[in-house]
Design a binder for this molecule. Structure first.
Ligand SMILES: [Zn+2]
Ligand SMILES: [Zn+2]
Length: 228
């Protein structure tokens, strides 16, 4: 079983020679890769106008570390437009990544390890009574009797139509008509009803036999059987 060493990631990070964490460098590299589709124009002071291959036009402010596409503002990692402007001004995009992604902050965050703790059995006892959940209280108003119906569900008292249901005669048991329009003789109807009843009986008996076969045998009984 592999051992879990919580210091692994911290050690890796300590040996990592960069101001920014590796995952952020990967993201920044994506932005740098996309600068080939951008063209920036310096408009004075710290602002640049960047056009991309999709016809977009963006405003980058190097001093404020913002881009009108809002990716840089929201993530703290320069977007492709930002990177393109930084390159145009001979600046390193890595230096412009937000401080929260730096190695120093990461090391600081993981400097304090979680301490192991004994179970609640060994916790000190207080003289105060245990804290119990609040008592359930009935809300004002008469309790609702009807359930909330789903959207599109017909309201109470609406009878569902018989559309799509195959009509079957209850006398001759044939499909396509009902007993009010039945033309079959009474003898034939009786014979068919008798046959149907017999078939149903046989089906029920077969189902019962199958159910008894599948009876669950407890595990310990199975073991007893095997040892016999
Ligand atoms: Zn942008
Ligand atoms: Zn019929």
């Amino acid at each position: 079983m592999p051992s879990i060493d919580s210091t692994d990631s911290s050690d890796l990070m300590a040996n990592f020679e960069s101001r920014i964490c590796p995952q952020i460098i990967k993201k920044l590299n994506h932005s740098i890769e996309a600068t080939k589709f951008c063209k920036s124009t310096w408009t004075g002071a710290d602002e640049c106008e960047v056009r991309d291959i999709d016809g977009g036009q963006w405003v980058v402010d190097i001093a404020k570390k913002t881009c009108s596409c809002r990716r840089w503002d929201l993530s703290g990692i320069p977007c492709s437009h930002g990177c393109q402007s930084l390159f145009a001004m001979n600046l390193n995009p890595e230096e412009m990544v937000h401080e929260c992604y730096s190695k120093v902050v990461y090391m600081k965050a993981y400097a304090n390890m979680l301490k192991p703790m004994r179970g609640s059995l060994y916790w000190p006892h207080t003289p105060y009574p245990d804290i119990l959940p609040p008592k359930a209280r009935s809300m004002p108003g008469r309790p609702k009797k009807h359930r909330k119906r789903e959207q599109g569900e017909p309201g109470a008292g609406v009878k569902l139509g018989k559309k799509g249901i195959r009509m079957r005669c209850s006398l001759c048991l044939m499909y396509g008509h009902n007993k009010s329009t039945c033309l079959t003789s009474k003898e034939e109807c009786d014979e068919r009803q008798r046959q149907e009843a017999e078939a149903k009986k046989a089906q029920a008996a077969a189902a019962k036999a199958q159910a008894t076969e599948k009876v669950f045998i407890p595990f310990f009984k199975l073991r007893q059987k095997k040892s016999c």
